[in-house]
Write a protein that binds this ligand. Structure first.
Ligand code: COA
Length: 332
């Protein structure tokens, strides 16, 4: 096996969530639900909504935050990868729109579609570009405007999601003990009918009928997804710990995709982690799809809760099905 020369480390972070808050009381006033049901079944208390604008606006603002906070010159960015299932348009890629807005004049890039596992898959892809030695600065963004594909009369789904974006910059390090150490990533099309937006692609191009049948909205069989997500996320995280000889004492934080507090709790429990070692902000933002994991990373980094050398396990499960787990050592 070829030994790698460089490790891919996160050297800068940024985030953006819109100002408008939709709390559970709003849903209680508009549909047959209660604040109590939403909080106890999901852990969500409120979520952010972008009223005007698109996913590229969320992604651009998160990236501007990263560039400003860490004094990064956008012209030095080699690659931009945006994980999203709510691109501004099917094409051009949202990466192109963000590239132009931030002035990353020497970059190439693309969008990556892996739903709630999007950030994890984009992070892995970006790390491979860095580890190969081919590129020095890769920007990985998780961004979704979930409110653009939600049916706000469907109480099963609309209460779960929110809008947001967060970004990380990957760079080379010669210290191979820092950065991404190991991952297990999986897909299985057996889940294709359980969580999807069936209209608008080449299978069901937009027609009056697809609109009437609400095929341009997200559909989820919540119970079915919940069952496999609990098992999938817990198993893959636990197996990654074992594969890397990590005990629960070694791990500083589990950084789980924020879909449902009960899924997060089950994963932490399987890994033997106390709740204070499990990152959580689902109460404030709900499920922002590709943005959940980097939003956690940015918030915990900025308030000083993660420090250099901390061992983190990122973990996600989403539509497809897609799922996986990555083990990394924090480098800043
Ligand atoms: N308010 C009140 N009742 C609601 C509701 C709401 N907002 N949404 C659904 N219900 C009802 C359903 O209609 C159903 O009623 P029925 O049994 O009469 O048909 C019942 O609540 C379902 O209850 P329960 O089985 O206890 O719900 P749940 O524990 O499965 O929770 C979800 C529902 C959606 C929160 C949960 O399944 C979930 O989180 N799923 C996975 C979400 C996810 O992870 N998605 C992203 C990809 S990872």
């Amino acid at each position: 096996m070829k030994t790698k020369k460089y490790s891919a480390v996160i050297t800068a972070v940024g985030m953006y969530v819109p100002d408008k808050v939709l709390d559970n009381a709003y849903f209680e006033s508009t549909m047959d639900t209660t604040e109590e049901w939403i909080t106890t079944r999901t852990g969500i208390k409120e979520r952010r909504i972008l009223e005007n604008g698109a996913t590229s606006d969320l992604a651009t603002k998160a990236t501007e935050d990263l560039l400003q906070q860490h004094n990064v010159n956008p012209e030095e960015i080699d690659v931009i990868i945006i994980a999203t299932v709510t691109p501004d348009m099917l094409f051009p890629a949202t990466a192109c729109l963000v590239q132009e807005r931030i002035g990353a004049n020497n970059a190439w890039g693309f969008d990556l579609s892996a739903a709630c596992s999007g950030f994890l898959f984009a992070y892995q892809t970006g790390c491979a570009f860095i580890e190969s030695g081919q590129y020095k600065k890769v920007l990985v963004i998780g961004a979704d405007k979930m409110s653009s594909i939600l049916d706000y009369s469907d109480r099963n789904s609309c209460i779960l999601f929110g809008d947001g974006a967060a970004a990380v910059l990957l760079e080379q390090s010669e210290d191979l003990n820092l950065g991404l150490q190991n991952s297990t990533l999986r897909i299985d099309g057996v889940g294709k009918d359980k969580l999807l937006m069936s209209g608008g692609g080449s299978l069901n191009p937009p027609t009056h009928e697809t609109v009437d049948k609400k095929m341009h909205y997200l559909y989820q069989d919540g119970k079915a997804v919940f069952k496999v997500a609990v098992i999938g996320m817990a198993d893959v995280s636990y197996e990654l710990m074992q594969k890397n000889n990590l005990t629960s004492d070694d791990i500083a934080f589990l950084v789980p995709h924020q879909a449902n507090k009960r899924i997060i709790d089950a994963t932490g429990k399987r890994m033997g982690l106390d709740s204070d070692k499990v990152m959580m902000n689902i109460d404030k933002y709900g499920n922002t799809t590709a943005a959940t994991i980097p939003l956690c990373l940015v918030e915990y980094y900025r308030d000083g809760r993660i420090k250099k050398g901390d061992k983190l396990i990122l973990s996600a499960f989403g539509a497809g099905y897609t799922w996986g787990s990555s083990y990394l050592v924090w480098a800043i």
